[in-house]
Design a protein around this ligand. Sequence first.
Ligand SMILES: [Fe+2]
Ligand SMILES: [Fe+2]
Length: 233
Amino acid sequence: MALFAMGDLHLSFTVHKPMDVFGQEWRNHVKKVEKYWKRKVRREDTVVLTGDYSWGRNLEECRADLEFIASLPGRKILLRGNHDMFWDAKKTEKLNELYGDRLFFLQNNFYTYKDYALVGTKGYCYEGKDSFSHFEKIREREMARLRVSFEAARAAGYMKYIMFLHYPPTSIGEMKSCFTETAEKYGAEKVIYSHCHGRARYHDSFLGEVNGIEYRLVSSDYLRFKPDMILKE
Ligand SMILES: [Fe+2]
Ligand SMILES: [Fe+2]
């Protein structure tokens, strides 16, 4: 039994969006995902997917992509990414009802792996694409969602946490953020994130241990499309 993570599958079974325009490593990336996932992940394992599943703009255009994920081995827990237009954060319960025990959507709630609570939200970092005041507003909303997730787990008696984000926990150049401070406050053991694509972005945020917390980047191209083992047994 093991816990894995990987983000940013960027599937497009329905809409036309070839990924190799983003670099040679993306050539046949879906085949690589399927091959390595089936090689590493067993039925009894859990995989947390950290967002950016599909190029589809609504649930209808994402259905085949979500079905592909559902068909892979293991229990799949999904976190929202910035490209996941099919997922209205306020209607997460509807997605959980729709996919029953096939896919589990993590938003304002938590899941468990052994005695760990798996908590998280999309997060946000400043990438210069919006005004700073807009960035602060989105970040505050994401912080509120992260607190709800942690508090739900704490209220249920969990004391060990693994925290998942889609965005890196810090903006480029920052040595801390409200997300890293929250991870420290609750005593998260690990912070797992993705979103960063291409060699030039892999060092945008923390990698390795910082203030007693292990930070890991799990965007699919960084992992060369192999799910990353987070916990074993
Ligand atoms: Fe992505
Ligand atoms: Fe992203």
